[in-house]
Design a protein around this ligand. Structure first.
Ligand SMILES: [Zn+2]
Length: 357
C-alpha cells in the first residue's frame, strides 16, 4: 500500500517536472502595486443599520459560514461592530497587498415586485447602494460599484444618483435578480447607462453561489441588446459554466467579441476548482485586450481556489510558492500570472474606465 502511494507521488512529480519545465513566477506585477480588481463582493446582515440583508435560507446554508470566514469576520464581529467592518477588513488587506492598488466593491440589488418595489421575500442577498457608496468613500483603495435592478420603478433616477455618488459600474446578477438583459423594456435603462458612461458588469453563464438561480437568464446571447446600443458590457466570469440551447455559454460569448467592440469579459472565478478547463480555452482566443482582471473576492479566499489544483500546468515550486502567499489578492495575481494570463489583462481596468483617477 505505502509502496503504491510512494510510486504514485513519484510519478506525479516526474509528470509535473516534464509538463511544466522550469517556469518562473511573474514577480514584476507584484511589486508595482498598480492592479485594480473590478469584482469584489461584500455582504452584511443589517448590523449597524447597513440595510444589508441575507435570507434565513442562505444564513442556514454552508455558504454563509464560508463567506464570513473568507471575509475574515465572524457573525459576532458583524453584530458588535456593524456590517461596515467588512469594508475595513477588505481595505486593510488591499493595503497590505503588494500587487493591488484598489478594488471595485459591489452593491447587490434585490428582486423587484410587479410595482417596481424591492421584494425582500424573494431576495437572498441585498447590499444597498447607499451603504456601499458611504463605506467605499471612507477608503482611498475602494471604488464604488452600484447595483440597480432595471425593473425598479425609479431605476433611471437610481442610475443618476449612483453616477453622482461616484459609481464606476453597475452590477447585475440576472439569474438571481430575475433580469432579462434582452427585454426591450430595458432600452431606456441602457440609454441612460450609456449617457452616464457607466459600465454594466453582468453575470453570465451558470450561477452556483446562491441557493436558487434562473439559468436561462445567464445566456450571453441576451447581451446583444445592450451591446447593440453601444453600452460597455463586461460579462462576469467570461460566461463560464452552463449551457444554453445545448451550447457552452462561454463559446456563445466568445463568438460575439468580433461583432461588438464594447464587449469585455472579466476573469474572476476562473481559477475555481469547478472551472479549471476554461482559462486555457479563453486565453487561446487572443482577446486579451478585452479581458479584465477581477477576483470575485471572497471566493478566492476559500478552498474553491488553490494552486494545488494545477499539477499539470504549474511546477511543484510554483504551487508551493503560491500557496505560501498569505495575502489573498497577491496569491490570486501570482496564480493567474503563472497560468499565463497576460500582464495587459491585469492592467485593463484603467483603459476601460476613464473615470478611475
Ligand atoms: Zn461575483
Amino acid at each position: 500500500m505505502i509502496f503504491t502511494v510512494v510510486c504514485l507521488l513519484a510519478l506525479i512529480l516526474v509528470v509535473n517536472v516534464i509538463a511544466t519545465g522550469n517556469q518562473k513566477l511573474e514577480k514584476s506585477l507584484m511589486l508595482q502595486k498598480n492592479i485594480i480588481d473590478m469584482h469584489v463582493h461584500v455582504a452584511g446582515v443589517g448590523a449597524g443599520d447597513s440595510g444589508c440583508y441575507v435570507s434565513a435560507e442562505l444564513r442556514k446554508n454552508w455558504r454563509y459560514k464560508t463567506y464570513l470566514r473568507s471575509f475574515n469576520v465572524t457573525e459576532k464581529d458583524l453584530l458588535s461592530h456593524g456590517d461596515a467592518i467588512v469594508f475595513k477588513r477588505v481595505s486593510e488587506r488591499i493595503d497590505e497587498s503588494k500587487s493591488i492598488k484598489a478594488a471595485v466593491v459591489l452593491a447587490l440589488d434585490g428582486v423587484v415586485d410587479k410595482n417596481g418595489e424591492l421584494d425582500l421575500s424573494r431576495t437572498e442577498t441585498y447590499v444597498p447602494n447607499e451603504f456601499v457608496a458611504i463605506e467605499t468613500a471612507k477608503y482611498s483603495n475602494l471604488l464604488y460599484g452600484a447595483s440597480v435592478n432595471p425593473y425598479r420603478h425609479d431605476a433611471l433616477q437610481r442610475l443618476e444618483s449612483a453616477a453622482r455618488d461616484g459609481a464606476v459600474l453597475i452590477k447585475w446578477l440576472p439569474a438571481i435578480q430575475h433580469i432579462d438583459p434582452s427585454d426591450e423594456q430595458l432600452i431606456p435603462f441602457y440609454k441612460k447607462l450609456k449617457e452616464l458612461d457607466l459600465i454594466l458588469l453582468t453575470h453570465a453563464g451558470g450561477e452556483r453561489s446562491f441557493t436558487t438561480a434562473n439559468a436561462l437568464l445567464g445566456d450571453p446571447e441576451r447581451l446583444r441588446l445592450p451591446l447593440s446600443l453601444g453600452v460597455k458590457v463586461v460579462a462576469a466570469h467570461a460566461a463560464t459554466t452552463g449551457k444554453s440551447e445545448g451550447e457552452d455559454n462561454m463559446e456563445r460569448l466568445l463568438r460575439m467579441f468580433p461583432e461588438y467592440p464594447t464587449l469585455y469579459a472579466d476573469i474572476s472565478s476562473l481559477t475555481q476548482a469547478n472551472k479549471l478547463r476554461y482559462l486555457p480555452r479563453l486565453l487561446k482566443y487572443n482577446i486579451s485586450d478585452r479581458l479584465v482582471y477581477g477576483t470575485d473576492f471572497p471566493l478566492i479566499n476559500t478552498p474553491l481556489v488553490s494552486a494545488w489544483y494545477y499539477p499539470f500546468r504549474l511546477s511543484l515550486r510554483q504551487m508551493i510558492q503560491i500557496s505560501l502567499v498569505k495575502n489573498p489578492w497577491d496569491r490570486d495575481v501570482l496564480l493567474k500570472s503563472a497560468l499565463t494570463v497576460p500582464t495587459e489583462v491585469f492592467l485593463q481596468w484603467e483603459d476601460l474606465s476613464e473615470k478611475v483617477a
